[in-house]
Design a protein around this ligand. Structure first.
Ligand code: GRF
Length: 192
């Protein structure tokens, strides 16, 4: 891969599967002058992703790859990314696991946000696991995507106190708010 430097904003795709609050936040940020990236493409693995509505709202191209056999359609996603000259990928609530082959094609150019203090609580249900274990802190992590799930190099982390009144829903809400800030800070960190 070529180096991601220069005066132009880096063409970025955001991959989603759900609500897309991180997506919305990244798109808004990408439009301000100091943003090193522009969001040029939204990829979803399902047409049920609510976040797809932000494509129309912000005038960003979207593409849905809705198939049970996700491995087979990665080839088509790679072709689209090439066609759109995408150089950087942000995963934001994307629920499919990308193959080694795919990750290698974008080596060091895919980042993800995870709602836990990695390496703690890889995978799903991070908030209920933290509460059940009576953890004092939860948090979120932005990391590079590596072949092993939720295991790539950490870019930034934010710690959040779990209070006695927290349940997994209230914790998820608090963490998500911090995710929005952390994702942008991580993008700035990578490109500064
Ligand atoms: C976030 O909590 C993110 O960390 C996780 O999925 C959620 C996505 O939220 N991977 P949204 O779709 O960005 O609102």
């Amino acid at each position: 891969m070529e180096k991601l430097t220069g005066l132009k904003k880096i063409k970025t795709a955001v991959f989603i599967s759900g609500t897309g609050s991180n997506l919305k936040n990244i798109i808004k940020f990408s439009k301000i002058k100091k943003s090193p990236i522009s969001v040029d493409l939204i990829v979803s693995n399902t047409n049920k992703a609510k976040g797809l509505s932000f494509a129309d709202q912000f005038n960003v191209k979207k593409k849905i790859f809705d198939s049970k056999n996700f491995k087979n359609i990665e080839k088509n996603i790679l072709l689209l990314l090439k066609k759109e000259k995408i150089k950087f990928i942000c995963l934001a609530g994307f629920m499919k696991i990308l193959s080694k082959h795919f990750i290698k094609k974008f080596d060091g150019k895919i980042i993800n946000i995870h709602p836990s203090l990695l390496p703690k609580y890889k995978g799903l249900n991070t908030h209920s696991r933290a509460i059940n274990n009576k953890d004092k802190f939860a948090g979120c992590t932005v990391h590079y995507v590596a072949a092993k799930l939720d295991s790539g190099k950490i870019i930034l982390q934010k710690k959040i106190k779990i209070t006695a009144s927290d349940n997994s829903a209230s914790l998820a809400k608090k963490v998500l708010k911090q995710e929005h800030k952390l994702y942008l800070a991580a993008i700035m960190k990578i490109f500064s």
